[in-house]
Design a protein. Structure first.
Length: 508
């Protein structure tokens, strides 16, 4: 590790004093977003009990954040390049904390969906700004690889901290408390970031094109909405219209970028096979993982009967594996190759998901814990190296836009994954046959079945819960199989698309 921390620098690249302290502030922003994303899964059973959302509303609560953030990331990354990445990061962090309070005190499913959407607007400012600032803080490629590894490891650590802290809070307070943990992190980020972060921006950015912003948002949200609704309810005229309008908006966005003298997103970035391959690998990986991850906490709590804190601890191996892999991913990619590390990581995740297709109601923890550890290691290698490839493929003036493309792929994959794989789980679940007198609410979600069973005679309640839990597990294992196929396909695609790609050893 010492040689990585103090790499040879034959070109004499300038090393900014205090860059590691500035990195510590940036990873707080990553922690903020990662914790928020993971605590929601633990809180879902409590939200179901308190707000009584329908199955569709529950999916919206889970994925509206990703819809909005996916639609705005490119715009916000480009805005940061123009007005300053430090400025937009601090403004976004402040808004993120404020909107977290609205999430915590939501009194209806509709209000919580709105609050999650507003959180997506604030979150869209954070991730591109952090990666872009890393690109401008660390000019030495090996130092930058380590910084990106720490950035990714912190995101993974957030996935562990979120469930554990969230589980503790859920056992002692109401479900809204899981959103309030954002406030102290936000406060530290803003107060320390004002003093330590350097400002950076594109010196010749051109105007911020509002028409491109609207086209980008309408295009991405329209397409993701159409996919989600079709997966959940089948093809309908309204969803078809939304998808066609979204596709037309994206087509208009691309055409407009090609004609503007200073585009919101420089489409020439995609001419780089390494850049395009890394973005595609990220999208497919998250698509294959996110639907399963969204329902895993419900499996641990509502099927296996674990308490929230225990469920949080059960998910810890994934974060441990991702942290460990992220810190050595850059070194591994230089010693072997970019494509072998990325493809190998994706294949490992795919095989781990395939192992989860044998889950049952009473499956022991060794199988689940091992699979989660392998998922973490594989994802840690893949995500860290692809982020490094994306950052090193572009001039530092375009770091915000390039980072935004990377994060858009991530969030779009999350939205599509929850929509497609989540709909697989929900569709299989709704088909279970309960005992006579089973309320309709029991077929909406597993949380609804648990709530319904509390008001039924003991024998009927037991039969209802057994049927509902088995149906939920059947849906979960089918989703794991689909996710495994997606990840293995992504591994093959990455092997070809990242051929010949290398991480820099020295600054040029």
């Amino acid at each position: 590790m010492t040689s990585t921390l103090r790499p040879a620098d034959p070109t004499g690249a300038v090393r900014r004093p205090g860059r590691w302290l500035a990195l510590a502030v940036l990873v707080l922003a990553v922690l903020l977003v990662a914790v928020d994303a993971t605590v929601l899964g633990l809180a879902t059973p409590y939200i179901s009990e308190d707000l009584r959302p329908s199955g569709t509303q529950l999916l919206w609560i889970g994925d509206v954040y990703s819809f909005v953030i996916a639609g705005l990331l490119v715009s916000m990354g480009s805005l940061g390049d123009r007005i300053g990445r430090k400025r937009i990061l601090l403004l976004g962090a402040t808004a993120f904390g404020a909107v977290s309070v609205l999430n915590a005190y939501a009194t209806s499913p509709e209000l919580l969906i709105l609050a999650r959407a507003l959180l997506g607007v604030a979150g869209a400012t954070l991730m591109p700004a952090t990666l872009a600032l890393i690109r401008n803080l660390f000019h030495d490629p090996r130092e930058r690889s380590l910084a990106v590894g720490i950035w990714g490891a912190t995101a993974s650590a957030g996935t562990a901290v979120g469930p554990i802290v969230g589980g503790f809070l859920l056992e002692h307070f109401w479900w809204g408390s899981v959103f309030l943990i954002n406030l102290p992190v936000m406060a530290v980020l803003v107060l320390v970031g004002i003093r330590t972060l350097p400002e950076s921006r594109d010196p010749s950015p051109g105007p911020w094109d509002l028409t491109s912003v609207v086209l980008s948002l309408a295009g991405l949200v329209g397409i993701v909405y159409a996919v989600k609704e079709t997966a959940a309810h089948g093809l309908a005229w309204a969803t078809l219209a939304a998808g066609l309008l979204g596709a037309a908006a994206l087509y208009g966005f691309v055409r407009r970028q090609l004609t503007l003298p200073a585009p919101l997103l420089d489409m020439r970035l995609f001419r780089s096979r390494g850049f395009s391959g890394a973005v595609l690998a990220d999208l497919m990986t998250v698509l294959g993982l996110s639907g399963l991850v969204f329902f895993l906490s419900q499996y641990l709590q509502l099927v296996q009967g674990r308490r929230p804190f225990e469920a949080g601890l059960a998910e810890l191996p994934a974060a441990i594996g991702a942290v460990a892999a992220g810190l050595i991913a850059g070194r591994a990619a230089r010693r072997f190759s970019v494509r072998s590390v990325v493809s190998g990581g994706l294949a490992a995740v795919g095989l781990a998901l395939a192992g989860l297709t044998v889950l049952g109601q009473s499956t022991g923890y060794p199988l689940l814990g091992t699979a989660l550890l392998v998922v973490g290691v594989g994802a840690g290698f893949s995500f860290t190296v692809t982020a490094d490839v994306i950052l090193s493929s572009v001039p530092k003036e375009q770091a915000g836009a390039a980072s935004a493309v990377s994060e858009t792929a991530y969030e779009l994959g999350a939205a599509l994954g929850i929509a497609l794989l989540g709909s697989v789980v929900t569709g299989v679940y709704r088909g279970f046959t309960g005992p006579p007198g089973t309320p309709d609410a029991a077929h909406e979600s597993l949380g609804g079945a648990v709530e319904s069973a509390a008001h039924l005679p003991a024998g009927t309640a037991s039969a209802l819960l057994d049927a509902a839990r088995q149906s939920f597990v059947d849906g979960l294992t089918l989703a794991a199989g689909v996710g495994a196929a997606i990840l293995l396909a992504a591994a093959v695609a990455a092997w070809f698309l990242l051929r010949g790609q290398k991480l820099e050893d020295t600054t040029g």
